[in-house]
Write a protein that binds this ligand. Structure first.
Ligand code: CUA
Length: 311
């Protein structure tokens, strides 16, 4: 059935769970369709008017019947919710230490960059048997990254990061679609996902035109070029906070509020530094919105993340 678009191949670790949930919903729906329409037909035959002056017996409700058709569906709905929530959390919660790939959507193509610095357009190469997390954003309008064979799909939103993870379980070539109408050539915003043996993936990273530098290195270079170091160099007299080890840690703001320095926080602090000022510092950082493209921004974010646990 793999060529039948309603049932794409199952090529990721969560694919069967998504399908099982879908199967459960389909089975419940079919059961009730058959039950309701079967009873409509049976009753309309059984209780049809048999003579012209026949008067039907009047019924004034039944408490046991009403309780039954309220309580039984209630437990069915709770069951469906429980299974659905379980699958949802499996899809949403990325395992620790995934392979990171940055994706930028734009009208009308998908650009991605691997940690090693290797870039690709409208293709995505991933290893099987290893969790992969995509950090995605858009340069223009709303797009949506959809890999049917992996049963994952997530909006790609301008002005913020969204993340999505999967673990490919089967070597192969799979469809990649944009699943959000994004303009006249939306239908052509498609590509291929190549799930490869880890060794082949490694060879692929090294093959072709070599990436000049890793994302981390490219981020470090831009960090220096933009002059970030002049304030963020560390030390007690520094004008800006030291950035080593801040990723995913709590930051106390001048307003007294505490926030976690996740990728969206880092992104916002680069583009719109005045939005959140760390306690003890002055709001003096210049705005970088409009001065850095998404690709460079992703590299700087990757660099700041890489400082985790370094001096
Ligand atoms: Cu991008 Cu539709």
């Amino acid at each position: 059935m793999s060529d039948f678009p309603l049932f794409p191949e199952q090529a990721s670790t969560i694919a069967w769970q998504v399908d099982a949930l879908y199967g459960l919903l389909l089975a419940l729906t079919l059961f009730f369709i058959v039950l309701v329409f079967g009873l409509v037909i049976v009753f309309s035959l059984k209780y049809r008017r048999k003579s012209k002056d026949e008067q039907p017996e009047q019924i004034h409700g039944s408490i046991p019947l009403e309780l039954a058709w309220t309580i039984i569906p209630l437990f069915m709905a709770i069951g469906v919710f429980t299974v659905g929530a379980d699958v949802y959390f499996r899809i949403e919660r990325s395992p620790a230490d995934p392979l990171e790939i940055y994706v930028v959507g734009k009208q009308w193509m998908w650009k991605s960059q691997h940690e090693s610095g290797k870039r690709e357009i409208n293709t995505l190469h991933v290893p099987v048997g290893q969790p992969v997390r995509l950090t995605m954003t858009s340069e223009d309008v709303l797009h949506d990254f959809f890999i049917p064979a992996f049963r994952v799909k997530k909006d790609v939103v301008p002005g913020r990061y969204t993340t999505m993870w999967f673990e490919a379980s089967k070597v192969g070539e799979y469809h990649l679609f944009c699943a959000e109408y994004c303009g006249t050539q939306h239908a052509y915003m498609i590509g291929k996902v190549y799930a490869m043996e880890p060794g082949d993936y490694h060879d692929w990273l090294l093959g072709g035109p070599m990436a000049s530098e890793s994302m981390e290195k490219a981020g470090e270079r831009q960090f220096a070029q933009l002059g970030c170091e002049s304030c963020h160099q560390g030390g007690s007299d520094a004008r800006g906070p030291h950035l080593a080890g801040i990723y995913d840690q709590k930051r106390r703001l001048s307003s007294g509020r505490e926030v976690v320095a996740d990728i969206d926080y880092i992104r916002e602090s680069i583009l719109h530094p005045q939005a959140k000022i760390v306690d003890g510092y002055d709001p003096i950082m210049p705005v970088f919105d409009g001065q850095i493209n998404e690709q460079s921004l992703g590299q700087i974010v990757a660099y700041i993340k890489s400082l985790e646990g370094k001096e």
